[in-house]
Design a protein around this ligand. Structure first.
Ligand SMILES: [Ca+2]
Length: 138
């Protein structure tokens, strides 16, 4: 793993080669992937994932089209995704935050969010902002 910071890394070639882009937790739509300092649209062929995070890739912009979620380093994303990835979401899957929340957020097309309150914590209010502008309050 060549990752030096962040939660995941995208590579334009198989086996973690070629131009790459380090991703922190967050949503990366086509404009971000296609920025001059990024890997480009429809280029990604491999990716790495830091343990405790997951990377969901989409074949279309705006987190649409076919999607697949990766939780481990992947030397080749497969024929169905190779050079077709146009948007990406990185989320933390294991959390032990001071808010007492654990769980995972899937900011896919339906902007799902699942959280579980840890023992010892009482009702807490939080907010999750999806890249599509949707907000969940709980
Ligand atoms: Ca490629």
């Amino acid at each position: 793993m060549t990752l030096t910071s962040g939660a995941a890394q995208l590579f334009v070639d198989e086996n973690y080669a070629g131009a790459s882009m380090i991703l922190a937790e967050g949503a990366y739509n086509i404009e971000r992937l296609d920025a001059p300092d990024a890997v480009g649209n429809d280029t990604v062929s491999s990716l790495t994932v830091v343990p405790g995070y997951q990377v969901t890739v989409y074949t279309d912009a705006d987190f649409g089209g076919d999607s697949t979620t990766f939780t481990t380093d992947t030397p080749y994303v497969g024929d169905d995704l190779n050079d077709k990835i146009s948007s990406v979401v990185v989320v933390k899957t294991t959390t032990a935050s001071s808010s007492g929340f654990t769980g995972a957020a899937d900011l896919g097309g339906s902007s799902r969010a699942l959280f579980q309150l840890e023992a010892g914590f009482t009702n807490t209010t939080g907010a999750l902002q999806g890249d599509t502008g949707s907000t969940a309050l709980f």
